[in-house]
Design a protein around this ligand. Structure first.
Ligand SMILES: *Cc1c(COP(=O)(O)O)cnc(C)c1O
Length: 452
């Protein structure tokens, strides 16, 4: 196993123990998997997701706070990750009819499902109502549409109202406080609907922003009670951070990077904070310990009011739960010290560059025996197999300690969160890449199944 890096600025990825063992000890196995199932191949590790649910629960238990964790399933198309979430006691946040169908097929009951997405069709609503699943209402218009599907004498439909907090006026999601006020008045006394609480989901990854929105939700709680309603939940959405690389490596890279580090001659416009300061459990701990009111922390307020903190982490629950491997098809020298590595597969299967962004983790080279390396280049960018100039997995010039050659494998670690299959398609009529689900039994036996 060799991580590629510009010698002074390595961005070695954090790896789970299981992944590290696979990549260092089991190169032949990876080779055999790629041979059998094709390249690229996504290797899914559901036990990592279970571990991430447990790690958040430890924090909630530490603060003795009632909680509901829903896995934001849009982050990855794998069904075995959904199953792992359910088995770990989490629910599922579904944002389409199709995610809902999968959740149901995998055994999720209505109470284990929440739908927080903004654009729900009538059929999606009908199915959520049938299951009595929790629905976050994004707009007065959605409330109108939903109430038309509800009937007297049925179990009340549980809903959250999605808040668009102050300072987020340009967001198209949620309702401002006065719209929520009007919506509360509208449903007060309607036995068909039950306001379970308030929800928000913010872009960015700062817990401080959630704290600010949480304080606004507290005001809505007071207003709700004034309307004779009795909500029980504040739902803080997702956006918990993932750490991909050591923070010091990350900062050093940001400080030292120049335009010459990218084949585009441009430093990427936006980057995920790959080496952030906080893990997801630390982030949650900071939030729970912060002041919600002049006298109470968030945790104290929730306990005092008998409320549940709900959340829908996507990326943070999928942390370390998949990696993606690509077969090197050809290594081509360009000019001077530069080369390009063509891989079998496209940047749709490891997508960062399509977002004017870039992978800021080094891919891991797993050399295979066979032909001798002939390239004389000493740094490479990595391109996919399509004819589009944009089909580039890494625009960053990467150096490898061992010269890459056709037949080698390149692994991007930790791709489960939005990277591996968000944009995947059958461009050039290449078949859809496969996902391989790896599970280890209590006796240490590895089971390998296709994850469909
Ligand atoms: C995408 C999404 C999430 C999950 O976000 P992450 O950043 O992956 O944690 C949660 N809630 C809503 C409403 C979302 O749209």
């Amino acid at each position: 196993m060799h991580s590629g890096h510009k010698s002074e600025a390595a961005l070695l990825p954090f790896l789970s123990a299981f992944t590290k063992n696979l990549l260092t000890e089991k190169g032949d196995l990876l080779d055999a998997w790629a041979e059998e199932h094709g390249s690229p191949l996504h290797v899914v590790l559901p036990s990592e997701l279970s571990g991430n649910v447990k790690a958040l629960r430890v924090v909630f238990d530490e603060f003795n706070v009632n909680h509901a964790i829903y896995y934001g399933a849009k982050v990855n198309k794998s069904c075995s990750l959904m199953t792992a979430a359910l088995e770990a006691g989490a629910g599922i946040d579904v944002s389409s009819l199709f995610e809902l169908r999968d959740a149901e097929r995998l055994g999720a009951a209505g109470w284990q499902i929440v739908a927080t997405g903004p654009a729900k069709t009538k059929e999606f609503h009908e199915n959520l109502v049938r299951l009595n699943a929790l629905i976050s209402i994004d707009s007065p218009e959605e409330l109108n549409d939903l109430t038309q599907l509800l009937f007297d004498g049925e179990k009340p439909q549980p809903v959250l109202f999605r808040l668009r907090p102050r300072g987020h006026d340009r967001s198209r999601f949620g309702m401002n406080a006065s719209e929520i006020g009007a919506a509360m008045k509208k449903i007060a006394g309607d036995a068909r609907i039950r306001l379970l609480g308030f929800h928000f989901h913010l872009s960015g990854y700062r817990w401080e922003d959630r704290l600010e929105a949480f304080r606004q939700a507290i005001d809505l709680m007071v207003e709700a009670r004034g309307n004779g309603l009795d909500p029980k939940i504040i739902d803080i959405g997702g956006g918990l951070p993932v750490q991909y690389v050591e923070q010091s490596d990350w900062l050093r890279h940001l400080e030292s990077q120049t335009e010459d580090d990218y084949r585009t001659g441009r430093i990427p416009a936006s980057l995920y904070p790959y080496g952030g300061t906080l893990s997801a459990p630390e982030w949650l701990r900071n939030l729970l310990a912060a002041a919600a009111t002049p006298t109470l922390t968030v945790a104290e307020y929730l306990r005092h009011e008998g409320l549940t903190l709900a959340m829908e982490p996507g990326r943070a629950l999928a942390d370390q739960s998949a990696f993606s491997l690509f077969r090197v098809t050809r290594v081509k020298d360009l000019n001077g010290r530069n080369g390009v590595i063509f891989v079998e597969g496209s940047s749709f299967s490891a997508c960062e560059t399509w977002f004017a962004s870039e992978f800021l983790i080094d891919p891991i080279l797993i050399p295979q025996s066979g032909a001798k390396a002939t390239s004389r280049a000493d740094r490479f960018y990595i391109a996919g197999h399509s004819c589009l100039d944009e089909d580039v997995i890494s625009n960053r010039w990467i150096e490898f300690p061992v010269t890459p050659k056709a037949g080698d494998l390149l692994v991007w670690s930790n791709t489960a969160g939005y990277q591996m299959d968000l944009l995947e398609n059958e461009f050039h009529r290449h078949p859809m890449p496969k996902r391989l689900c790896i599970q280890e039994s209590t006796t240490g036996k590895m089971s390998v199944t296709l994850d469909n």
